[in-house]
Design a binder for this molecule. Structure first.
Ligand code: 3TB
Length: 137
């Protein structure tokens, strides 16, 4: 087994600190999501509804219901995302593909990077609306 040794003159403490901070953190993750917009969303319109008047509280309740349906096996993530998500990714069962830091809104990114692969998020709020996120890669 080859043991990698840092080049002469490497600041080992700095290297150890860098590795400890970055080894476990993925540079990119892949996720799919279900977005329910509401009347205070930054763009209260979608493929589904021209003028969205749902309140934020109602959107949160819908997302909680979707999460329960998925966890109980009553419905699949794909079914709910394709039928109910207010994001254009609904046409891809909610799939967003891979993304790195700085691409998504901070609250969405924080939630997605905090998930294990296959794990469902709690209710996540962004300027776009209310999300349910599943990390896929
Ligand atoms: N891969 C990327 N880098 N694409 C740019 C993402 C921009 C980013 N978007 C968000 O953070 C939220 C969370 C996920 C979706 C999303 C918002 C909106 C819906 O909300 P609205 O903008 O009407 O308020 N959907 C999108 O952007 C879609 N193009 C996402 C997408 C759809 C199909 C394939 C890939 C990505 C942002 N910085 O605003």
């Amino acid at each position: 087994m080859s043991i990698w040794t840092p080049p002469e003159g490497t600041d080992k403490d700095a290297l150890d600190l860098y590795l400890s901070k970055n080894l476990h953190k993925p540079k990119k993750v892949a996720a799919r999501h279900i977005l329910v917009k509401h009347r205070d969303s930054r763009r209260p319109s979608s493929w589904k509804e021209q003028n969205i008047t749902l309140t934020k509280e109602e959107a949160v309740e819908l997302i909680k219901g979707y999460k329960a349906q998925i966890e109980s096996g009553e419905a699949s993530f794909e079914e709910i995302a394709s039928k109910h998500s207010d994001c254009s990714s609904h046409s891809k069962n909610g799939d967003l593909g891979y993304f790195g830091p700085g691409e998504m809104q901070p609250s969405f990114e924080k939630a997605a990077f905090g998930l294990q692969v296959g794990e469902l998020s709690d209710v996540v709020e962004s300027d776009s609306g209310i999300h349910l996120i599943e990390r896929t890669g």
